[in-house]
Design a binder for this molecule. Sequence first.
Ligand SMILES: [Zn+2]
Length: 90
Amino acid sequence: MPRPRYRSRKLKRVKKKVPGGATKLSYKKKTPKIHKCAECKKELKGIPRLKATKAKHVPKTKKKVSRLYGGFLCGTCARKKLKNQARLSK
Ligand SMILES: [Zn+2]
């Protein structure tokens, strides 16, 4: 039975050849899923798929698009939302 922390599926299981020639199970951190627009579920461009350990060393400006709702909504949905907000604020 593996150690308790390796029993959950939060880590990816990878079979690796060890120097002795045997194949051993090793655990790797999963890469996050592709980020998607919150409204139309379209793939967001310009947002890298970084693991949590690497993401903290990358500046914030390289992890999102420098626009209102950047990294949350796609360009089309952001434009629609902003237009709607401007129209409603009158
Ligand atoms: Zn969208």
